[in-house]
Structures are given as C-alpha cells and as structure tokens.
Write a protein that binds this ligand. Structure first.
Ligand code: HEC
Length: 119
C-alpha cells in the first residue's frame, strides 16, 4: 500500500506558505507612499482632511498621532470593517491600497506644525 508520506510535510508547508503568504506583502514590500497619498486624497480626505487635519468632528486627529499607536493590521481591519462614522472599505480598496494609505497617514505627525496648529 502506498502511503502518502509527504502529506504531513506538504500540509505543514501549505500552512506555512499560507501564513507567510499572508504576511509577506507587508514585510517584503516597502509601502508605496505615492499610491497611499492617492488613495487618501480620493477616499479619505473628505473626513480626515489634508495632512490629517480632521474635517469630520468625530475623526481622530492623525497629526497628533491619535490612534496611530495601533499596529497596521489593526488599523487596516478597522478601515475594512468600518468604525462608526468611518465607512467600511472591504471590497473597495485592496489590502495593499489600505496599507499604503496607512503608511501615508503615519507620515502626518512628523510634518512641521502649521501656524496655530495644535499638536
Ligand atoms: C465619512 C467620513 C470618513 C471617511 C470617508 C473615512 N473616514 Fe476614517 N474615520 C472617520 C471617523 C469619524 C473615525 C473615528 C471612528 C471612531 O473611532 O468611532 C475614523 C477613524 C479612522 C481610523 C482609526 C481607526 C481606529 O481603529 O481607531 C483610521 C485609521 C481611518 N479612519 C482611516 C481612514 C482611511 C484610510 C480612509 C480612506 C480609505 C478613511 N478613514 C475614510 C471618518 C471617515
């Protein structure tokens, strides 16, 4: 009888590949800030404002780093599923687009303060 000796290894490799595959785009690719900026300007700026200066009164103040202590994956899940007044972008934007947008948002707190800007 032929035993599928490779099956457990194959299964393990499959699981590993699945795990690595899920993590790889984040670890391997540098974020594309130009693409992130484009996504932000078209989809997010209406509420989160230019440079993260919130327009929507309920939106976090990204300039002060609000919410940005959370890991990318947590922020991405919030944006995918939506959070109260933040609409869900699941099926609208890809993970790559969301991670690029998050990387772009993370540049806001390091921008020089504008006159009269609270930080
Ligand atoms: C219709 C207005 C609106 C739009 C459009 C919008 N947001 Fe939001 N966003 C909000 C509000 C309001 C909150 C605060 C939600 C809360 O904490 O209850 C928020 C919260 C967030 C947070 C913090 C989530 C957390 O876990 O605390 C992130 C990150 C975020 N938005 C990113 C984005 C990105 C990226 C886009 C564009 C792809 C976007 N938002 C589009 C209104 C908006």
């Amino acid at each position: 009888m032929r035993i599928h000796a490779r099956a457990p290894g194959g299964l393990l490799a499959g699981i590993l590949a699945g795990l690595l595959g899920a993590a790889a785009p984040v670890a391997a690719d540098a974020a594309d800030l130009a693409s992130g900026s484009q996504t932000y300007q078209t989809r997010c700026v209406g509420c989160h404002g230019m440079g993260g200066r919130a327009v929507n009164p309920n939106a976090p103040n990204f300039i002060a780093g609000e919410r940005l202590s959370q890991p990318d994956m947590v922020l991405m899940m919030s944006i995918k599923t939506g959070k109260t007044k933040c609409p869900p972008f699941f099926g609208v934007l890809s993970d790559r687009q969301l991670l690029d947008a998050i990387a772009y948002i993370r540049t806001f707190p390091s921008q020089p303060a504008q006159p009269g800007q609270l930080r």
